[in-house]
Ligand binder design. Structure first.
Ligand code: CTP
Length: 405
Protein backbone atom coordinates (compact mmCIF):
# COMPACT_ATOMS: atom_id res chain seq x y z
CA UNK A 1 0.00 0.00 0.00
CA UNK A 2 3.00 2.34 0.33
CA UNK A 3 4.12 1.58 -3.21
CA UNK A 4 5.45 4.78 -4.84
CA UNK A 5 4.37 6.93 -1.89
CA UNK A 6 6.79 9.79 -1.33
CA UNK A 7 7.60 10.18 2.34
CA UNK A 8 9.82 12.92 3.73
CA UNK A 9 11.20 11.92 7.12
CA UNK A 10 12.42 14.81 9.27
CA UNK A 11 14.77 13.55 11.94
CA UNK A 12 15.42 15.81 14.92
CA UNK A 13 17.97 15.40 17.69
CA UNK A 14 17.23 12.86 20.38
CA UNK A 15 18.55 9.47 21.37
CA UNK A 16 15.65 7.84 19.45
CA UNK A 17 17.30 8.83 16.15
CA UNK A 18 18.58 5.25 15.95
CA UNK A 19 14.96 4.05 15.69
CA UNK A 20 14.44 6.40 12.73
CA UNK A 21 17.02 4.33 10.83
CA UNK A 22 14.85 1.23 11.24
CA UNK A 23 11.83 3.30 10.25
CA UNK A 24 13.45 4.32 6.94
CA UNK A 25 14.32 0.69 6.25
CA UNK A 26 10.77 -0.52 6.92
CA UNK A 27 9.19 2.25 4.84
CA UNK A 28 11.48 1.46 1.92
CA UNK A 29 10.67 -2.26 2.23
CA UNK A 30 6.96 -1.36 2.04
CA UNK A 31 7.56 0.24 -1.36
CA UNK A 32 7.73 3.91 -0.30
CA UNK A 33 10.28 6.35 -1.65
CA UNK A 34 11.87 7.97 1.39
CA UNK A 35 13.93 11.14 1.61
CA UNK A 36 15.50 12.12 4.92
CA UNK A 37 16.12 15.58 6.33
CA UNK A 38 18.07 16.06 9.56
CA UNK A 39 18.64 18.83 12.06
CA UNK A 40 22.20 19.61 13.17
CA UNK A 41 21.59 17.95 16.54
CA UNK A 42 20.21 14.78 14.91
CA UNK A 43 23.57 14.47 13.14
CA UNK A 44 25.24 14.20 16.57
CA UNK A 45 23.49 10.85 17.09
CA UNK A 46 23.64 9.17 13.65
CA UNK A 47 25.50 10.32 10.56
CA UNK A 48 23.67 11.36 7.38
CA UNK A 49 25.53 8.56 5.57
CA UNK A 50 23.50 5.94 7.46
CA UNK A 51 20.23 7.49 6.31
CA UNK A 52 21.60 7.93 2.80
CA UNK A 53 22.38 4.21 2.59
CA UNK A 54 19.00 3.16 4.02
CA UNK A 55 16.94 5.51 1.85
CA UNK A 56 19.15 5.35 -1.27
CA UNK A 57 18.63 9.10 -1.56
CA UNK A 58 20.56 12.25 -0.67
CA UNK A 59 20.11 13.41 2.92
CA UNK A 60 19.31 17.09 3.50
CA UNK A 61 20.33 19.19 6.50
CA UNK A 62 21.71 22.52 5.26
CA UNK A 63 19.20 25.06 3.87
CA UNK A 64 21.99 26.78 1.96
CA UNK A 65 23.54 23.67 0.41
CA UNK A 66 21.60 23.63 -2.85
CA UNK A 67 22.42 20.33 -4.56
CA UNK A 68 20.44 21.19 -7.72
CA UNK A 69 20.68 24.81 -8.91
CA UNK A 70 17.37 24.55 -10.80
CA UNK A 71 15.30 24.23 -7.62
CA UNK A 72 15.20 25.55 -4.06
CA UNK A 73 15.72 22.35 -2.08
CA UNK A 74 13.43 22.95 0.91
CA UNK A 75 10.55 24.11 -1.31
CA UNK A 76 11.15 21.29 -3.77
CA UNK A 77 11.13 18.68 -0.99
CA UNK A 78 8.10 20.29 0.66
CA UNK A 79 6.21 19.98 -2.68
CA UNK A 80 7.59 16.49 -3.46
CA UNK A 81 6.26 14.80 -0.32
CA UNK A 82 2.94 12.96 -0.16
CA UNK A 83 3.44 12.80 3.58
CA UNK A 84 5.92 14.36 6.02
CA UNK A 85 6.82 12.47 9.18
CA UNK A 86 8.79 14.10 12.00
CA UNK A 87 10.38 11.24 13.98
CA UNK A 88 11.75 11.59 16.53
CA UNK A 89 10.27 15.03 17.21
CA UNK A 90 11.97 16.90 20.05
CA UNK A 91 10.29 19.43 22.32
CA UNK A 92 12.35 22.02 20.45
CA UNK A 93 10.98 21.29 16.96
CA UNK A 94 7.43 21.01 18.33
CA UNK A 95 7.84 24.41 19.98
CA UNK A 96 9.21 26.02 16.85
CA UNK A 97 6.50 24.60 14.60
CA UNK A 98 3.74 25.63 17.01
CA UNK A 99 5.07 29.20 16.83
CA UNK A 100 5.85 29.41 13.14
CA UNK A 101 9.60 29.60 13.61
CA UNK A 102 11.69 28.51 10.63
CA UNK A 103 15.40 28.72 11.40
CA UNK A 104 16.78 25.54 9.82
CA UNK A 105 16.07 23.18 6.93
CA UNK A 106 13.57 21.00 8.82
CA UNK A 107 11.47 23.86 10.19
CA UNK A 108 11.47 25.85 6.92
CA UNK A 109 10.35 22.73 5.04
CA UNK A 110 7.64 22.02 7.60
CA UNK A 111 6.24 25.52 7.11
CA UNK A 112 6.47 25.22 3.32
CA UNK A 113 4.73 21.88 2.83
CA UNK A 114 1.05 21.46 2.08
CA UNK A 115 1.28 17.68 2.61
CA UNK A 116 -0.11 16.08 5.76
CA UNK A 117 2.44 16.14 8.60
CA UNK A 118 2.68 13.43 11.26
CA UNK A 119 4.70 14.15 14.37
CA UNK A 120 6.14 11.38 16.56
CA UNK A 121 7.48 12.96 19.77
CA UNK A 122 10.24 11.41 21.87
CA UNK A 123 11.60 13.03 25.01
CA UNK A 124 11.96 12.72 28.77
CA UNK A 125 8.65 12.09 30.56
CA UNK A 126 8.81 15.38 32.48
CA UNK A 127 9.54 17.30 29.31
CA UNK A 128 6.53 15.62 27.66
CA UNK A 129 4.37 16.66 30.62
CA UNK A 130 5.73 20.20 30.68
CA UNK A 131 2.97 22.80 30.32
CA UNK A 132 4.69 24.59 27.45
CA UNK A 133 5.11 21.34 25.51
CA UNK A 134 1.47 20.38 26.16
CA UNK A 135 0.39 23.85 24.99
CA UNK A 136 2.46 23.53 21.80
CA UNK A 137 1.10 20.05 21.04
CA UNK A 138 -2.48 21.27 21.59
CA UNK A 139 -1.81 24.19 19.25
CA UNK A 140 -0.44 21.87 16.56
CA UNK A 141 -3.40 19.50 16.96
CA UNK A 142 -5.69 22.48 16.39
CA UNK A 143 -3.64 23.49 13.33
CA UNK A 144 -4.27 20.07 11.75
CA UNK A 145 -1.02 18.24 12.56
CA UNK A 146 -1.34 14.56 13.43
CA UNK A 147 0.53 13.01 16.35
CA UNK A 148 1.91 9.51 16.88
CA UNK A 149 1.89 9.38 20.66
CA UNK A 150 5.03 8.22 22.41
CA UNK A 151 4.78 4.94 24.27
CA UNK A 152 5.56 4.25 27.94
CA UNK A 153 8.61 2.41 29.18
CA UNK A 154 12.25 2.83 30.09
CA UNK A 155 13.64 6.10 28.82
CA UNK A 156 17.30 6.65 27.93
CA UNK A 157 17.54 9.26 30.71
CA UNK A 158 16.83 6.56 33.32
CA UNK A 159 13.18 7.48 33.97
CA UNK A 160 10.26 5.15 33.37
CA UNK A 161 7.27 6.87 31.76
CA UNK A 162 5.73 8.23 28.59
CA UNK A 163 8.27 9.55 26.09
CA UNK A 164 9.65 6.64 24.04
CA UNK A 165 9.39 7.04 20.28
CA UNK A 166 6.68 4.69 19.04
CA UNK A 167 8.14 1.49 17.54
CA UNK A 168 8.96 1.73 13.78
CA UNK A 169 6.60 -1.18 12.95
CA UNK A 170 3.71 0.68 14.58
CA UNK A 171 4.59 3.95 12.80
CA UNK A 172 4.61 2.10 9.44
CA UNK A 173 1.21 0.60 10.30
CA UNK A 174 -0.21 4.06 11.04
CA UNK A 175 1.28 5.53 7.85
CA UNK A 176 -0.17 2.65 5.81
CA UNK A 177 -3.59 3.23 7.37
CA UNK A 178 -3.25 6.93 6.51
CA UNK A 179 -2.70 6.09 2.84
CA UNK A 180 -5.63 3.68 2.73
CA UNK A 181 -8.16 6.39 3.50
CA UNK A 182 -10.07 6.74 0.20
CA UNK A 183 -8.53 10.01 -0.99
CA UNK A 184 -5.00 8.65 -0.63
CA UNK A 185 -5.47 5.35 -2.47
CA UNK A 186 -3.16 5.06 -5.48
CA UNK A 187 -5.96 4.96 -8.07
CA UNK A 188 -8.21 7.54 -6.35
CA UNK A 189 -9.85 9.79 -8.94
CA UNK A 190 -8.87 7.48 -11.82
CA UNK A 191 -11.32 5.61 -14.01
CA UNK A 192 -10.39 2.01 -14.77
CA UNK A 193 -12.37 0.05 -17.38
CA UNK A 194 -12.11 -3.75 -17.42
CA UNK A 195 -13.74 -6.30 -19.69
CA UNK A 196 -14.29 -9.87 -18.54
CA UNK A 197 -15.83 -13.19 -19.47
CA UNK A 198 -16.78 -14.66 -22.82
CA UNK A 199 -19.04 -13.19 -25.46
CA UNK A 200 -22.00 -15.08 -26.88
CA UNK A 201 -22.69 -14.88 -30.61
CA UNK A 202 -26.21 -15.96 -31.41
CA UNK A 203 -27.04 -18.59 -34.01
CA UNK A 204 -30.78 -18.47 -33.38
CA UNK A 205 -32.97 -17.58 -30.36
CA UNK A 206 -31.85 -20.68 -28.42
CA UNK A 207 -28.26 -21.32 -29.56
CA UNK A 208 -24.98 -19.47 -29.58
CA UNK A 209 -21.21 -19.73 -30.23
CA UNK A 210 -19.04 -18.96 -27.20
CA UNK A 211 -15.97 -20.11 -25.23
CA UNK A 212 -15.06 -21.43 -21.80
CA UNK A 213 -13.95 -18.11 -20.23
CA UNK A 214 -15.14 -17.94 -16.60
CA UNK A 215 -14.50 -14.20 -16.14
CA UNK A 216 -12.54 -14.88 -12.92
CA UNK A 217 -9.39 -13.02 -13.98
CA UNK A 218 -11.26 -9.92 -15.16
CA UNK A 219 -13.47 -9.86 -12.05
CA UNK A 220 -10.34 -10.16 -9.87
CA UNK A 221 -8.77 -7.23 -11.75
CA UNK A 222 -11.92 -5.16 -11.16
CA UNK A 223 -11.89 -5.96 -7.43
CA UNK A 224 -8.20 -5.04 -7.23
CA UNK A 225 -8.72 -1.72 -9.05
CA UNK A 226 -11.68 -0.86 -6.80
CA UNK A 227 -9.64 -1.67 -3.67
CA UNK A 228 -6.95 0.73 -4.92
CA UNK A 229 -9.55 3.51 -5.03
CA UNK A 230 -10.35 3.56 -8.77
CA UNK A 231 -13.73 4.38 -10.18
CA UNK A 232 -14.12 0.93 -11.73
CA UNK A 233 -16.27 -0.08 -14.70
CA UNK A 234 -16.56 -3.79 -15.44
CA UNK A 235 -17.99 -4.65 -18.84
CA UNK A 236 -18.94 -8.26 -18.48
CA UNK A 237 -19.98 -11.00 -20.81
CA UNK A 238 -22.32 -13.68 -19.40
CA UNK A 239 -20.65 -15.28 -16.35
CA UNK A 240 -21.82 -16.87 -13.13
CA UNK A 241 -19.89 -14.58 -10.77
CA UNK A 242 -21.12 -12.22 -8.07
CA UNK A 243 -20.82 -8.52 -8.91
CA UNK A 244 -17.82 -7.02 -7.05
CA UNK A 245 -18.87 -4.47 -4.42
CA UNK A 246 -18.57 -0.84 -5.47
CA UNK A 247 -17.85 -1.66 -9.12
CA UNK A 248 -20.17 -0.43 -11.90
CA UNK A 249 -21.01 -3.57 -13.87
CA UNK A 250 -22.29 -3.25 -17.44
CA UNK A 251 -23.64 -6.56 -18.73
CA UNK A 252 -23.22 -7.34 -22.42
CA UNK A 253 -23.71 -10.43 -24.54
CA UNK A 254 -22.00 -10.19 -27.92
CA UNK A 255 -18.68 -8.79 -29.17
CA UNK A 256 -20.60 -5.99 -30.90
CA UNK A 257 -22.31 -5.00 -27.63
CA UNK A 258 -18.99 -5.16 -25.79
CA UNK A 259 -17.38 -2.89 -28.39
CA UNK A 260 -20.13 -0.28 -27.95
CA UNK A 261 -19.98 -0.45 -24.15
CA UNK A 262 -16.19 -0.06 -24.06
CA UNK A 263 -16.21 2.81 -26.54
CA UNK A 264 -18.75 4.65 -24.37
CA UNK A 265 -16.43 4.43 -21.34
CA UNK A 266 -13.11 4.95 -23.12
CA UNK A 267 -12.51 8.70 -23.43
CA UNK A 268 -12.06 9.58 -19.75
CA UNK A 269 -10.56 6.22 -18.71
CA UNK A 270 -7.03 6.20 -17.28
CA UNK A 271 -6.48 2.44 -17.64
CA UNK A 272 -8.34 -0.03 -19.87
CA UNK A 273 -7.81 -3.73 -19.29
CA UNK A 274 -9.25 -6.20 -21.77
CA UNK A 275 -9.44 -9.52 -19.97
CA UNK A 276 -12.49 -10.71 -21.92
CA UNK A 277 -12.26 -13.68 -24.26
CA UNK A 278 -14.03 -12.00 -27.15
CA UNK A 279 -15.32 -14.26 -29.92
CA UNK A 280 -13.30 -13.71 -33.10
CA UNK A 281 -16.15 -14.96 -35.27
CA UNK A 282 -19.93 -14.80 -35.18
CA UNK A 283 -22.57 -16.56 -37.28
CA UNK A 284 -23.04 -14.56 -40.46
CA UNK A 285 -26.81 -14.94 -40.35
CA UNK A 286 -28.71 -14.99 -37.08
CA UNK A 287 -31.88 -16.98 -37.59
CA UNK A 288 -34.91 -15.16 -36.19
CA UNK A 289 -36.62 -18.48 -35.43
CA UNK A 290 -35.25 -21.65 -33.89
CA UNK A 291 -33.50 -23.66 -36.61
CA UNK A 292 -35.10 -27.06 -37.24
CA UNK A 293 -32.92 -30.08 -37.72
CA UNK A 294 -32.61 -31.38 -41.25
CA UNK A 295 -31.52 -34.68 -42.68
CA UNK A 296 -27.75 -34.81 -43.15
CA UNK A 297 -24.98 -32.47 -41.98
CA UNK A 298 -25.18 -28.76 -41.48
CA UNK A 299 -22.70 -25.85 -41.49
CA UNK A 300 -22.73 -22.40 -39.98
CA UNK A 301 -20.96 -19.69 -41.92
CA UNK A 302 -18.97 -17.38 -39.63
CA UNK A 303 -17.78 -13.83 -40.12
CA UNK A 304 -15.12 -11.90 -38.20
CA UNK A 305 -16.09 -9.71 -35.27
CA UNK A 306 -14.36 -6.37 -34.74
CA UNK A 307 -11.13 -6.68 -32.75
CA UNK A 308 -12.12 -4.40 -29.85
CA UNK A 309 -8.62 -4.08 -28.45
CA UNK A 310 -7.13 -3.21 -31.81
CA UNK A 311 -9.84 -0.58 -32.32
CA UNK A 312 -9.02 0.95 -28.92
CA UNK A 313 -5.33 0.93 -29.88
CA UNK A 314 -6.15 3.27 -32.77
CA UNK A 315 -8.34 5.53 -30.57
CA UNK A 316 -5.86 5.76 -27.68
CA UNK A 317 -4.78 9.22 -26.49
CA UNK A 318 -3.69 9.16 -22.80
CA UNK A 319 -5.16 5.76 -21.84
CA UNK A 320 -2.92 2.95 -20.61
CA UNK A 321 -4.12 0.01 -22.69
CA UNK A 322 -3.66 -3.52 -21.37
CA UNK A 323 -4.51 -6.71 -23.28
CA UNK A 324 -4.50 -10.39 -22.41
CA UNK A 325 -3.42 -13.23 -24.62
CA UNK A 326 -4.16 -16.89 -24.05
CA UNK A 327 -1.75 -19.05 -25.98
CA UNK A 328 -0.93 -22.74 -26.19
CA UNK A 329 2.61 -22.37 -27.52
CA UNK A 330 5.33 -19.71 -27.93
CA UNK A 331 3.28 -17.50 -25.58
CA UNK A 332 5.82 -14.71 -25.14
CA UNK A 333 6.60 -14.42 -28.86
CA UNK A 334 2.92 -14.29 -29.81
CA UNK A 335 2.38 -11.81 -26.94
CA UNK A 336 5.07 -9.46 -28.25
CA UNK A 337 3.49 -9.57 -31.71
CA UNK A 338 0.04 -8.68 -30.34
CA UNK A 339 1.49 -5.92 -28.13
CA UNK A 340 2.89 -4.22 -31.22
CA UNK A 341 0.11 -4.94 -33.72
CA UNK A 342 -2.66 -3.75 -31.35
CA UNK A 343 -0.69 -0.68 -30.12
CA UNK A 344 -0.88 -1.77 -26.48
CA UNK A 345 1.07 -0.52 -23.48
CA UNK A 346 1.05 -3.92 -21.77
CA UNK A 347 0.03 -7.46 -22.55
CA UNK A 348 -0.47 -10.21 -20.02
CA UNK A 349 0.23 -13.54 -21.70
CA UNK A 350 -0.57 -16.94 -20.34
CA UNK A 351 0.14 -20.38 -21.62
CA UNK A 352 -3.21 -22.05 -21.10
CA UNK A 353 -1.63 -25.52 -21.31
CA UNK A 354 0.04 -24.88 -17.90
CA UNK A 355 -1.86 -26.96 -15.30
CA UNK A 356 -2.14 -23.88 -13.04
CA UNK A 357 -3.46 -21.57 -15.78
CA UNK A 358 -6.44 -21.17 -18.01
CA UNK A 359 -10.19 -20.96 -18.24
CA UNK A 360 -12.18 -21.68 -15.11
CA UNK A 361 -9.13 -22.13 -12.85
CA UNK A 362 -8.71 -20.12 -9.65
CA UNK A 363 -4.97 -19.73 -10.30
CA UNK A 364 -3.02 -18.35 -13.22
CA UNK A 365 0.58 -18.19 -14.47
CA UNK A 366 1.37 -15.15 -16.61
CA UNK A 367 4.11 -12.96 -18.01
CA UNK A 368 3.65 -9.20 -18.20
CA UNK A 369 5.20 -7.61 -21.27
CA UNK A 370 5.38 -3.87 -21.80
CA UNK A 371 5.88 -1.72 -24.88
CA UNK A 372 9.12 -0.53 -23.25
CA UNK A 373 10.49 -4.04 -23.67
CA UNK A 374 10.19 -5.11 -20.02
CA UNK A 375 9.35 -8.73 -19.35
CA UNK A 376 8.11 -9.90 -15.93
CA UNK A 377 7.15 -13.54 -15.40
CA UNK A 378 4.96 -14.35 -12.39
CA UNK A 379 4.74 -17.77 -10.76
CA UNK A 380 1.42 -19.58 -10.26
CA UNK A 381 -0.82 -17.79 -7.79
CA UNK A 382 -4.53 -17.27 -7.11
CA UNK A 383 -6.13 -14.96 -9.68
CA UNK A 384 -7.21 -12.54 -6.91
CA UNK A 385 -3.63 -12.18 -5.71
CA UNK A 386 -2.27 -12.01 -9.24
CA UNK A 387 -4.66 -9.17 -10.06
CA UNK A 388 -3.14 -7.06 -7.27
CA UNK A 389 0.40 -7.95 -8.28
CA UNK A 390 -0.23 -7.10 -11.95
CA UNK A 391 -1.86 -3.75 -11.17
CA UNK A 392 1.01 -2.86 -8.83
CA UNK A 393 3.58 -3.79 -11.51
CA UNK A 394 1.79 -1.67 -14.13
CA UNK A 395 1.42 1.30 -11.78
CA UNK A 396 5.09 1.08 -10.81
CA UNK A 397 6.26 1.04 -14.42
CA UNK A 398 3.90 3.89 -15.32
CA UNK A 399 5.15 6.06 -12.45
CA UNK A 400 8.77 5.37 -13.44
CA UNK A 401 7.89 6.42 -16.97
CA UNK A 402 6.38 9.67 -15.69
CA UNK A 403 9.42 10.20 -13.53
CA UNK A 404 11.78 9.72 -16.49
CA UNK A 405 9.87 12.10 -18.76
N1 CTP B 1 -9.82 -9.08 -28.21
C1 CTP B 1 -10.72 -8.08 -28.52
N2 CTP B 1 -11.60 -8.24 -29.54
C2 CTP B 1 -11.62 -9.37 -30.27
C3 CTP B 1 -10.70 -10.39 -29.97
C4 CTP B 1 -9.82 -10.22 -28.94
O1 CTP B 1 -10.71 -7.06 -27.84
N3 CTP B 1 -12.50 -9.49 -31.24
C5 CTP B 1 -8.89 -8.86 -27.11
C6 CTP B 1 -9.08 -9.73 -25.89
O2 CTP B 1 -9.93 -9.11 -24.95
C7 CTP B 1 -7.68 -9.89 -25.36
C8 CTP B 1 -6.85 -9.86 -26.60
O3 CTP B 1 -7.61 -9.16 -27.57
O4 CTP B 1 -7.28 -8.79 -24.56
C9 CTP B 1 -6.58 -11.22 -27.08
O5 CTP B 1 -6.13 -11.05 -28.34
P1 CTP B 1 -5.98 -12.20 -29.36
O6 CTP B 1 -5.01 -13.15 -28.80
O7 CTP B 1 -5.77 -11.56 -30.67
O8 CTP B 1 -7.31 -12.95 -29.40
P2 CTP B 1 -7.30 -14.37 -29.92
O9 CTP B 1 -8.67 -14.57 -30.37
O10 CTP B 1 -6.83 -15.30 -28.86
O11 CTP B 1 -6.25 -14.29 -31.16
P3 CTP B 1 -5.53 -15.46 -31.95
O12 CTP B 1 -6.61 -16.38 -32.32
O13 CTP B 1 -4.94 -14.73 -33.10
O14 CTP B 1 -4.49 -16.03 -31.03
Amino acid sequence: MLLNKKILLCVTGGIAVYKAVALVSKLAQSGAEVKVMMTESAKEFVTPLTFQAMSRNDVYFDTFDEKDSRVIAHIDLADWADLVVVAPATANVIGKLANGIADDMVTTTLLATTADVWIAPAMNVHMYENKAVIRNIDRLHADGYRFIEPSEGFLACGYVGKGRLEEPEKIVELITAHFTTPRHLPLAGKKVVITAGPTRERIDPVRYVSNFSSGKMGYAMAEAAEALGASTYLISGPVGLAKPAGVTVIDVESAAEMLEAVRAQFDDAAIVIKAAAVADYRPKDVHPQKMKKQAGDSAIELERTTDILKTLGTMKTHQVLVGFAAETNDAVDYGKGKLASKNLDYIIVNDVTDPDAGFGKDTNVVTLLSKNGTHQPFHAMPKKELANVLLAAIMKEESEQLHDR
